[in-house]
Write a protein that binds this ligand. Structure first.
Ligand code: ATP
Length: 298
């Protein structure tokens, strides 16, 4: 993995994820993601971090082939175009786990309908899976197959969703803050399952999150996104802030100052933007108000 400059120099064929000079705009808007490059090798576990609205979900969705980008070589997953090669996702080689399921499955007029399915019905409905892998996931996520999906808690529903998303052995997995509803044990067990997947099968993971607990030893790489741009991209083992003379003990102590600097730069920029002067205007030139003085923008 490299930052913009490095990534443009070397494009290595065995990268499982190759993003080269990506530009992306939502319809009718100016480009939001600009000149974004990121290369990862099989076995990498990359944390995607950034402030709210910095573009993490957008990037993951581009990588998942959910948004069209110009040029077949710009976003390549396993050497194939993420958007154009639909077999990538159909085969399960490229998997995306994002937003949580809703409690309701539809509406009849104003009345929300709730699906009364069991966890077993949901999980065993996925065809062509390895039963050993399925049993391991059910066990790992501590899923009770009798749970009724319309009655379970958010975290329980999330477990079933994650289980189903992981049934097929992916090669590249994109995770959009999926551990947020999980309790500590489920989260830690899931994170170590991902390590096994990367180390045993050479899978690649990109994980967007705001929760850094325990991730300094879990991740191999970190990519910091600011306003749609890749600000930093480094191997975690080479991150200067995690080594002396830095006194940071964990990832949150590293990342918090980055985000605070970003926020104060943004505030500085806002205050430097010329604001309209507020002046008082005599009532006699203001036919629509009877007040003597009225604040207005010049
Ligand atoms: N469908 C859309 N149409 C237009 N703009 C969008 C759309 N989805 C997201 N955006 C904008 O793109 C920017 C990035 O959003 P995105 O969801 O990628 O950020 P994020 O880093 O995942 O944020 P968070 O940490 O809050 O989840 C935001 O300014 C958002 O308003």
């Amino acid at each position: 993995m490299g930052s913009d400059a490095a990534a443009k120099e070397v494009v290595v064929d065995d990268d499982s994820v190759q993003v080269t000079g990506l530009q992306f705009a939502y319809p009718g808007q100016a480009p939001f993601i600009t000149d974004f490059s990121l290369h990862l090798k099989p076995g990498s576990r990359c944390l995607l971090i950034g402030a709210n609205g910095s573009g993490k979900t957008t990037l993951l969705r581009v990588l998942a082939g959910k948004h069209m980008v110009g040029g077949k070589n710009v976003v390549q997953v396993l050497g194939r175009s993420a958007f154009h090669d639909t077999a990538l996702t159909c085969s399960g080689d490229l998997a995306y786990l994002g937003g949580s399921w809703s409690r309701t499955v539809g509406c009849a007029g104003e009345i929300p309908l709730q699906g009364d399915f069991s966890a077993e019905h949901m999980i065993f409905g996925v065809e062509g899976v390895d039963v050993v892998r399925r049993d391991r996931l059910i066990d790992l996520l501590d899923i009770n197959l009798q749970w009724r999906m319309h009655k379970v808690s958010d975290g329980q529903r999330r477990r079933v969703q994650i289980c189903m998303g992981l049934l097929h052995p992916f090669q590249v997995l994109l995770l959009d803050e999926i551990t947020v509803d999980l309790d500590v044990v489920a989260r830690m067990d899931l994170l170590s399952f991902f390590v096994d997947e990367c180390e045993e099968r050479g899978a690649t993971l990109i994980y967007a999150t705001h929760i850094f607990d325990g991730l300094e030893t879990w991740a191999t790489h970190i990519a910091y996104v600011e306003d749609g741009k890749l600000k930093r991209a480094e191997r975690l083992s080479e991150l200067p802030e995690l080594h002396p003379p830095s006194t940071a003990k964990n990832l949150i102590q590293v990342v918090e100052p980055w985000l605070r600097t970003e926020r104060s730069e943004r505030e500085k920029h806002r205050t430097n933007v010329v604001k309209p002067d507020i002046v008082t205007r005599p009532a006699d030139v203001s036919p629509w108000t009877s007040s003597r003085h009225m604040a207005y923008y010049r």
